[in-house]
Design a protein around this ligand. Structure first.
Ligand code: IDP
Length: 140
């Protein structure tokens, strides 16, 4: 199996409820290792840039608003098949459809305030890691 890196965020709805440790524990117990982590309060411009792929979607304004409403923990996670493993641990985008025991099932409030982000493919993982981290900040 391939050791991969993926990009993860603990979103403002979760940091507001003091869930940074609880969510990180679920990621670690799920087999992923945190190899970079920092707390950022992203600007609207940073949120718009990060989520540019969604700019034509009807929820874009709401997404930018919620992502710049408070602190986010940005992380690089490493492990076997880290990209798909993280997506499994997160659960479906809409918490009402997320599987039992997933982070979103346990902690998310709604489809908009769904507590975590995780890259969906190798190319996006690379881009998203580079958006928030320099190589020297990642310590494997
Ligand atoms: P993902 O985070 O599971 O990969 P995406 O479809 O890439 O889901 O959407 C990115 C983010 O946009 C979601 O995590 C969620 O916060 C937000 N979002 C997606 N769909 C909706 C919606 O219908 N209403 C409000 N926010 C949404």
């Amino acid at each position: 199996m391939a050791i991969e890196r993926t990009f993860s965020m603990i979103k403002p709805d979760a940091t507001r409820r003091n869930l940074t440790g609880a969510i990180t524990k679920m990621l670690e117990e799920g087999g992923l290792r945190v190899v970079a982590s920092k707390r950022v309060w992203m600007s609207r411009r940073e949120a718009e840039g990060f989520y540019a792929v969604h700019k034509e979607r009807p929820f874009f304004g709401e997404l930018v608003e919620s992502m710049s409403a408070g602190p986010t923990i940005v992380q690089v996670l490493e492990g076997e098949n880290a990209i798909s493993r993280n997506r499994e641990l997160m659960g479906a985008t809409n918490p009402a459809q997320a599987a039992e025991g997933t982070i979103r099932k346990v902690h998310a409030l709604s489809i908009g305030e769904n507590s975590v982000h995780g890259s969906d493919a190798a190319e996006t993982a690379k881009e998203e890691i580079a958006y928030w981290f320099s190589e020297t900040e990642i310590v494997g």
